[in-house]
Design a protein around this ligand. Structure first.
Ligand SMILES: *Cc1c(COP(=O)(O)O)cnc(C)c1O
Length: 236
């Protein structure tokens, strides 16, 4: 198989697995948005995925997103999924369709300021730390509602749901509770009917665990290595 055929067959395989998991939870493949995580992946490889109609891309570093955006522009939808420094919001605010990783008030304030300056309303997800691990970013479940009530007042931000990153588990069954936990929190918040707060999206599930995440209600999955292969980070 050529490299192009490998990527194509990976995409076909991932889409089939998404469909199966969606159907298992009473939904269809169209209900699940596939965000291809393209960190470290070169543009010419990304173009193979775009040709297969995978046109939502996830990046976790601002500089890398900006460099790739300069080439691919509006040929795809850009999702920012990594830890976002407030002083870098200005570089991506006019480029991304969604920020998945908002987890603190000063970041939301900066997004509000920059989105207003570029005359747009930016869709965001709030990152929640369900597992309670210190190493994971995200707001704790206890602090989520007060936080949402603050963000709800920002006119240039639209909260569209929640995101979480589960710790790696050899057996994804061991982290099913995390996905179920985020789903339950989103249901609770939906019931609070907070103005300007929408719980439409749950961004959870990566290569190792996306089927379990979908079974528990994910409707955005962020998948890198199952599409592009193992990542090779530059040395140094
Ligand atoms: C890298 C990354 C992913 C994708 O990870 P894979 O295991 O390669 O699918 C998903 N979400 C976030 C936030 C990431 O940083």
């Amino acid at each position: 198989m050529t490299f192009e055929q490998v990527i194509e067959s990976n995409i076909t395989d991932v889409k089939a697995r998404i469909k199966r998991a969606a159907e298992k939870s009473g939904r269809s493949a169209e209900d699940i948005l596939l965000v291809a995580v393209t960190k470290t992946i070169p543009v010419n490889t990304i173009e193979l995925a775009i040709r297969k109609k995978v046109n939502h891309l996830g990046e976790n570093r601002v500089q890398e997103l900006v460099e790739k955006y300069d080439i691919l522009k509006e040929r795809c939808n850009w999702h920012f999924i990594g830890r976002l420094q407030t002083n870098k919001v200005k570089y991506i605010v006019d480029k991304v369709s969604m920020v998945h990783s908002v987890d603190r008030l000063n970041l939301a304030q900066e997004i509000q300021k920059r989105a207003k300056a570029s005359g747009r309303v930016l869709d965001i997800l709030i990152q929640v730390n369900i597992s309670g691990e210190d190493t994971k970013a995200g707001i704790s479940p206890e602090n989520l509602v007060p936080f949402l009530k603050r963000v709800a007042n920002f006119p240039n931000i639209k909260v569209k749901g929640l995101m979480t990153i589960a710790p790696y588990a050899c057996d994804p069954e061991d982290i099913r509770w995390i996905f179920r936990g985020l789903k339950n929190i989103s249901i609770d918040i939906g019931r609070e009917n907070i103005d300007n707060i929408d719980m439409r999206y749950l961004s959870m599930g990566m290569s190792n665990d996306f089927e379990v995440a979908i079974e528990e209600g994910a409707n955005i999955v962020r998948i890198g290595s199952s599409i592009f292969g193992e990542r090779h980070y530059p040395k140094g």
